[in-house]
Design a protein. Structure first.
Length: 350
């Protein structure tokens, strides 16, 4: 039976569901074994493989490895008695670069570690990590209400921002929370009065909670959160991780891109696909995806599902070419082609 899982946790219970979930990779059958299945068993087998292809598997990409290392450093800085503002970590970049996925994986890793460290694996009164998504155009009270809602606290319309904050802070201390992940931080518009007050409330809140804060959002250096009126106060206490599309302009960068492709290949539930079979297509895959990991993931997911439907047990260039890339990859490729076409003209005019 298929398990439906909320992959954008909006409560402690759905976060715990995410932390506990582990995708089960079906053992690929040989072509002979697959063809010997009855139609019903073949359909179930293919359905299980397609479900696995669609699971939000997190791969140990270079970006994720860097985020994990920086998280350990920042978390170490926040240990012990703190009488000044704690250090925070921020993950920025454009859409589909895997920021939220990486942050959620980091949160899951932190939760697993803390539960094992304190022998509280099944303790429901312990919540090492809180994941919250910031509402658009949020007010100070709206932001605190979102924290309270995620924690399942009773909400009273007449409560002031400070009262809600006090309730949330007390609850997080009781739960032993040591990491707070705030996603969609670009929604804080601090150039407007309400947004500025929300950012100020968040600053005050983060100083009262004995936890490492991880802020995730789109183009944060240009956002109100780090570039607006409140930005100067946050910049000095925040380590920034900038996620960007992968490049293949140097041998080292190409090696990183090839590693990402191999990581995806390792998870293919296809009986006859060997890891490394797509290495010769690394440059082509970069061209059609713009080096964006989300676009690469989508392209390979589509191709795997098509292969399963068509009865093919491997992927190659011929199988990938008919698969339409997502629109973002199209735009990235068009921008790259325009820049390449404009370069000779600029050099000639110079």
């Amino acid at each position: 039976m298929t398990t439906q899982t909320a992959w954008t946790p909006d409560s402690l219970s759905t976060w715990r569901t995410f932390v506990a979930y582990r995708a089960e990779r079906p053992d690929p059958l040989s072509v002979k074994e697959r063809d010997s299945l009855t139609p019903l068993l073949r359909e179930r087998y293919d359905d299980a493989r397609i479900e696995f292809v669609n699971t939000p598997i997190v791969l140990p990409t270079p970006d994720l490895e860097r985020l994990i290392r920086e998280s350990k450093i920042v978390t170490g800085l926040n240990r012990g008695a703190q009488f000044t503002a704690r250090q925070a970590l921020a993950v920025s970049g454009s859409q589909t670069l895997g920021k939220s996925t990486a942050a959620m994986y980091l949160g899951r890793t932190h939760e697993d570690h803390e539960r094992a460290k304190h022998s509280r694996e099944d303790d429901q009164a312990f919540a090492p990590v809180l994941y919250v998504s910031a509402p658009p155009q949020t007010s100070p009270k709206g932001l605190m209400m979102r924290f309270a809602s995620t924690l399942g606290l009773p909400l009273r319309a007449r409560s002031t921002t400070d009262q809600v904050m006090d309730q949330v802070v007390d609850t997080l201390r009781e739960l032993g929370t040591t990491m707070v992940i705030l996603d969609e931080v670009q929604h804080l518009k601090t150039r407007a009065q309400a947004g500025m007050e929300a950012a100020s409330a968040l600053k005050s809140f983060s100083e009262r909670v004995p936890a490492t804060f991880l802020y995730v959002g789109v183009d944060l250096p240009q956002s109100d959160f780090l570039g607006g009126a409140m930005g100067a106060q946050m910049q000095g206490r925040t380590t920034m991780i900038q996620m960007q599309p992968y490049s293949i302009g140097s041998a080292a960068h190409r090696k990183e891109w090839e590693k990402v492709i191999a990581l995806f290949e390792r998870e293919f539930p296809l009986a006859e696909h060997e890891v490394g079979a797509l290495m010769d297509e690394a440059a082509w895959l970069h061209a059609v995806t713009g080096g964006v990991i989300g676009s690469l993931r989508t392209l390979l997911r589509k191709a795997q599902i098509a292969a399963i439907i068509d009865g093919r047990e491997h992927l190659d260039r011929a199988a990938l070419e008919p698969i339409l890339p997502d629109y973002r990859a199209d735009l990235a490729r068009e921008r790259k082609e325009r820049a390449k076409a404009e370069r000779p003209r600029k050099e000639a005019s110079a």
